[in-house]
Design a binder for this molecule. Structure first.
Ligand SMILES: [Zn+2]
Length: 206
């Protein structure tokens, strides 16, 4: 028999009664599956510790969003998310583009690139009258560490509410889009099915 699938591993980790005999036999003789079961138990224990460590209002809002998201996912792996990676701005080509006439309309948009250990996120901002359209793409540096599609939340910075303002799911290629965005400062939170959260603060949309 093949290695256990995600559902069987999860059942094995939590001794579910629906766990099939055939899979039990495989697990008894397979070091790979035993290790995977151990990893699930460890990650769930870490999640339980994190849940008791006074999450911020934003994190709580995020967990609620995540909960609605994972209910649509077939795999229990989606519950195993433990980290937040802050991304830093590594490219902003506005300075150069403004010289070329971004505001006069002869330049279509500008490009922002944010980076973390696990991924880059590119945002291309284009004029849409007085507002802006933002086209984004997630570029995992190691595909194994960040599974696409992801949930993408876009918040106005300094707002009164911790609720997500705009929430979209990326395409299978990691692309996403926001339309009709007023000028201002924003933050962006990316939740993968598995792997670290990515967070970007103080995005200045001009
Ligand atoms: Zn196995």
């Amino acid at each position: 028999m093949n290695h256990l699938d995600d559902e069987q591993l999860y059942q094995a980790a939590f001794a579910d009664k629906t766990f099939a005999d055939e899979a039990q036999h495989h697990l008894a003789g397979c070091k790979v599956c035993q290790q995977r079961v151990a990893n699930i138990r460890r990650l769930v224990a870490e999640m339980a510790i994190a849940a008791h460590s006074q999450p911020t209002a934003r994190q709580l809002a995020h967990y609620r969003q995540l909960a609605s998201y994972i209910h649509r996912q077939p795999s229990p792996w989606s519950r195993l998310i433990t980290q937040i990676h802050q991304m830093t701005l590594t490219l902003d080509n506005r300075q150069r583009l403004s010289l070329q006439g971004w505001r006069s309309g002869s330049v279509k948009g500008y490009r922002l690139l944010y980076s973390a250990d696990s991924a880059d996120v590119e945002l291309v901002v284009e004029a849409e009258g007085e507002r802006r359209r933002i086209e984004g793409e997630i570029l995992p540096l190691q595909p194994a560490t960040l599974n696409i599609p992801v949930l993408v939340e876009f918040h106005a910075s300094g707002g009164q509410s911790d609720q997500p303002e705009i929430v979209v799911e990326s395409t299978l290629q990691g692309r996403f889009q926001f339309n009709g965005i007023p000028l201002g400062y924003y933050s962006l939170m990316i939740t993968p099915i598995e792997g670290p959260y990515l967070q970007i603060e103080d995005i200045n949309i001009t």
